[in-house]
Design a protein around this ligand. Structure first.
Ligand code: ZN
Length: 657
């Protein structure tokens, strides 16, 4: 466990709250301490209000903020005297507690204070740090965890038995602290949950957290339970995309909405999934209540997709029954699947959720493997897990999260995605909640967006092998394909037919036409499994209805492409796949049109560049974004009953009209 405190860096953070920000971020930098918004921190500050009174305020991490990136605005300021009075009450319901925390804030637009706020307030130290550190949770989640914690820490920490986070836990911690704290007490271990440290300065509290967690790691090392030797496990080279897409389809059917499914086949997950006792050790539940909330319970096991789907259905039905009222299950999706061939597959509502689930489960694997060496992993009881899962507060949050963007849980593939219309389509799709796979022969595509819902793949679409490889990667990343945008194309230099070389003709047709046949054929099985029906949009051209001289290869290829997708619209209607074409014209903000070319073309027509761009019936300029928005809208509900159509987007062209 590395102490990341740096005096020079710390100098940039002046003031009590600023230093709170600094050490919170230090905790957030280490995923073995704090993962995806887990953990929380606080500082107690005296400050003057508008009428000149001095108030004691607890600045505690607000919900929706991640310690790794938190700012001062991410801390909710709550009046301490009131919190201390609340801590004396015999009971307080979750909704009452939420109300009290909110109405005692001194900044109206602050985020909602953490559910662990009262606990922070009762600890008589200026700075309080709380994490769900892997090493500590590993030890508390064993049969004789409490003994081991006592052995490691002695009087350095107070031990709190497991209680669900909230008022009762805060009250118990306050009582135990008052009764048991001694001079050497620097922290508190919460069984099956995590660890608190505290101190008079930000640095002291942080140092103590690192020290305490370091002691837990050293203990695990001593017990030979730190480095887990994985049997050499290699990922299957077999194509898995069809099985994965089938499973994703079945899970989506059961969930009632499309889900994202991502595969994680590295050495660690494969070795874990291939353990002989995996059926036993993986079925005991998550390591901390925080993980329950974020991953929703148990992994599934099995070999074939139908078995997974059946397990999923059973799970879903059992939740519905136990909860009494099926409608209260707002988000049954986030899940983990372990398979000896696949390793780990995570299922979630969005690509971001899926990444969080996979990351947490990869940490859970470490925890389970190490706890197993210590004699056995022992998670929360099923009843405790259920309480957290159906926690009033969590259900309320889910209910509030309300309306999702229209393409949430869907996956789109865009060709020629690194620039121009393709790139604009990627942006329009991401904005509507889709996970996007972008193909381009330009390797810049791989770095285009660093976000969990985008996967950029370098791909020359004239090579069939590269297309199938890209599809394998796409489906391993997100679980299927719902939308395909056939955009990639080349626009060759003008050339009259009597001078057009056969090789040039073939080169243009290979990209603008032939590649699209391969893409359609290879994507069809996935589009057929799209939970809301598959959608394809081909980017055609004004040249289809109104060709010009000098562009024979381009115009012929685009016309043939339109004919190809019209036939596909006829053949695939029964598979609930709709296919339409957009015919743009004069989109000048793409790579093809440099300022020089534009000027030359404008001069040729005796127009200014400005007038040349708007040389259409409506007198408007058509941008990549305009084309992308129409393209993506054609995949939405507005065009749900339209297939085989061609829609111009050209500002009105006299020859087309
Ligand atoms: Zn916690």
């Amino acid at each position: 466990m590395k102490n990341l405190w740096d005096d020079r860096e710390a100098m940039k953070y002046q003031g009590e709250l600023a230093l709170r920000v600094y050490t919170s971020r230090l905790l957030g930098r280490d995923p073995s301490l704090v993962l995806h918004g887990g953990g929380n921190t606080s500082v107690k500050i005296h400050q003057q209000n508008l009428v000149g009174e001095t108030e004691e305020i607890l600045y505690v991490k607000g919900s929706g903020w991640d310690l790794a990136t938190i700012e001062e605005a991410g801390f909710a300021p709550v009046r301490i005297p009131h919190l201390l009075k609340l801590a004396q009450l015999p009971t307080l319901s979750d909704s009452q507690m939420v109300n009290e925390l909110k109405t005692q804030m001194v900044r109206a637009n602050a985020p909602a204070p953490s559910v662990e706020t009262i606990l922070h307030a009762t600890l008589p130290y200026k700075y309080v740090d709380h994490t769900h550190a892997d090493a500590v949770v590993t030890i508390t989640n064993t049969a004789n965890g409490e003994e081991r914690i006592r052995e490691i820490y002695g009087k350095q920490v107070i031990i709190i038995p497991y209680i669900m986070p909230g008022f009762d836990l805060a009250r118990l911690c306050a009582q135990r602290f008052a009764a048991e704290a001694e001079a050497e007490t620097i922290g508190m271990v919460l069984m099956n949950h995590g660890i608190f440290s505290f101190g008079e300065t930000a640095q002291e509290s942080y140092n103590r957290m690192i020290q305490l967690v370091g002691q837990a790691e050293a203990y695990l090392q001593q017990q030979q339970a730190w480095q887990i030797p994985y049997s050499v496990a290699t990922a299957s080279k077999e194509p898995l995309r069809h099985d994965l897409a089938q499973l994703r389809y079945q899970i989506s059917q059961i969930a009632g909405f499309p889900v994202i499914l991502s595969l994680h086949s590295q050495e660690k997950t494969l070795a874990f999934a291939r353990r002989e006792d995996v059926g036993e050790i993986s079925q005991q539940g998550p390591a901390t209540p925080d993980h329950v909330i974020r991953t929703k319970r148990l992994p599934m096991l099995g070999r074939d997709v139908n078995a997974y789907a059946a397990a999923y259905r059973d799970y879903f039905n059992s939740c519905a029954q136990t909860a009494g009222e099926p409608k209260t299950i707002l988000d049954p999706a986030p899940r983990v699947i372990l398979d000896p061939q696949w390793g780990l597959a995570a299922v979630g509502r969005t690509a971001k959720d899926t990444k969080i689930i996979a990351d947490i489960y990869e940490h859970t694997i470490d925890i389970i493997e190490r706890a197993t060496v210590l004699g056995g992993y022992q998670a929360l009881s099923a009843a405790d897990i259920f309480d957290v899962e159906y926690w009033e507060l969590e259900q309320a949050k889910l209910a509030k999260s309300g309306k999702q963007p229209p393409f949430t849980g869907e996956i789109a593939l865009v060709t020629g995605a690194a620039s121009g219309i393709g790139k604009a389509c990627v942006e329009s799709l991401l904005q509507r909640g889709a996970a996007v796979v972008g193909l381009d022969r330009n390797p810049a595509i791989e770095e285009l967006y660093k976000r969990p819902d985008f996967c950029g793949i370098t791909c020359d679409i004239t090579q069939e092998g590269e297309i199938t490889e890209a599809l394998e990667r796409a489906v391993r990343s997100f679980g299927g394909l719902d939308i395909v945008i056939l955009n990639a194309g080349i626009f060759p230099a003008g050339c009259a037919i009597n001078k057009l070389a056969t090789a040039e003709w073939r080169r243009v047709l290979a990209v603008n036409l032939d590649a699209n046949l391969v893409l359609l054929r290879e994507c069809h099985p996935f589009l057929k499994l799209a939970p809301n029906g598959g959608r394809v949009v081909a980017i055609g051209s004004k040249n289809v209805p109104a060709p010009g001289p000098g562009v024979a290869a381009y115009s012929a290829a685009k016309a043939a492409l339109v004919q190809l997708v019209r036939v596909a619209a006829l053949e695939w209607g029964g598979d609930r796949i709709r296919i339409n074409t957009i015919n743009p014209n004069a989109v000048f903000d793409t790579g093809i049109w440099s300022e020089e070319v534009l000027q030359a073309r404008a001069q040729h027509y005796g127009l200014s560049v400005e007038d040349y761009k708007k040389n259409n019936v409506l007198g408007v300029e058509v941008t990549s974004r305009d084309v992308a928005e129409l393209t993506v809208e054609m995949c939405g509900s507005l065009f749900a009953k339209t297939t085989g159509a061609q829609v111009p987007i050209d500002g009105g062209n006299e020859r087309v009209i």
